[in-house]
Design a protein around this ligand. Structure first.
Ligand SMILES: C[S@@+](CC[C@H](N)C(=O)[O-])C[C@H]1O[C@@H](n2cnc3c(N)ncnc32)[C@H](O)[C@@H]1O
Length: 279
């Protein structure tokens, strides 16, 4: 197999693939930082490095998302391993983490305890980030699909968190009443017929993480209903929702007697999250 220099590899693919993606792949293949790519542009790849890089370029050319090609995605202060069994963590979900940490700090200061549930953990990015940021809190991650289990366990190990548990289950079914101070979920919320989903999201990310019935609201509804039992009195429910679902989610929360409903925006000023209190 013919091998090339870093410069040649980056140049010859730049018309079809984003420059930053090529650089990430090169860094991954060489196990080096970005500065190395600029300093050592004349470095000729070894055979195994070239082979790996070629494979990544082929994957990117067939539209596989770069996070799956690299096998990881940064989220908050951490890097999460991902594969095609789990949703790629999104930057907007990080916004919810900061609100949860603030809310949880107040509860913890008052009570000296914190149990938080992350429903539909996927890669574990929400629950494990919280567990890593607050080592005194008790975090329970739940997920319906066994296919996510390996990634969650690997991320748990990589983040060196031992204040969390992982359970395979269908939303809150089977959990005892009055368990959680905070419940958080980024559930599937896209309606099946939506034409606004990018092809590479629809084709490569797990559909079970994306789509829900009832115009995308069926899982949100189930979580709102059953969280009433699992939350402690004055516990908080944090939910992420679709770009046009905020009013529906607020109405559902009102119907189910949640109070102090707050809506937070994402980076695009879309009403993306709610926080509400169980009375
Ligand atoms: C939008 S993804 C969110 C993943 C991750 N929490 C994140 O923010 O990147 C929704 C997750 O919910 C899981 N899920 C779907 N239906 C579920 C159910 N009935 N019970 C528990 N988890 C479910 C999916 O497998 C997926 O991992």
């Amino acid at each position: 197999m013919k091998t090339f220099t870093i410069e040649h590899n980056l140049e010859m693919n730049k018309s079809s693939i984003k420059k930053s993606y090529l650089e990430y792949c090169m860094m991954n293949c060489l196990g080096k930082q970005k500065s190395y790519l600029f300093r050592e542009r004349a470095y000729k790849l070894k055979k195994n490095e070239q082979e790996k890089f070629n494979g990544m370029v082929r994957a990117l050319k067939s539209s596989i998302p770069v996070a799956y090609v690299l096998g990881n995605q940064p989220f908050f202060n951490y890097t999460f391993e991902v594969n095609s069994n789990v949703l790629i963590p999104r930057p907007e979900t990080e916004i919810m983490i900061s609100h949860i940490l603030d809310c949880g700090d107040k509860i913890y200061k008052r009570t000296g305890n914190m149990t938080i549930l992350d429903l539909g953990a996927g890669s574990g990015c929400i629950g494990l980030t919280i567990a890593a940021e607050r080592k005194n809190w008790n975090v329970i991650l739940t997920e319906k699909f066994y296919s996510c289990a390996d990634i969650i366990k690997q991320n748990m190990f990589a983040l060196k968190v031992n204040n969390c548990h992982f359970i395979i289950m269908d939303w809150l079914r089977g959990l005892r009443e009055n368990l959680a101070d905070i419940i958080v979920s980024n559930p599937p919320y896209i309606e099946y017929e939506s034409i606004l989903v990018d092809d590479n999201v629809k084709n490569f990310e797990p559909n079970t993480a994306l789509f829900a019935d009832e115009k995308g609201l069926s899982d949100i509804k189930k979580i709102i209903e059953s969280s009433q039992e699992t939350l402690k009195e004055n516990g908080y429910l944090f939910l992420e929702n679709g770009y046009d679902q905020s009013d529906d989610v607020v109405n559902l929360l009102r119907e189910h007697d949640y109070r102090d409903i707050q809506v937070f925006m994402d980076y695009n000023k879309i009403h993306r999250f709610t926080c509400s209190r169980k009375i």
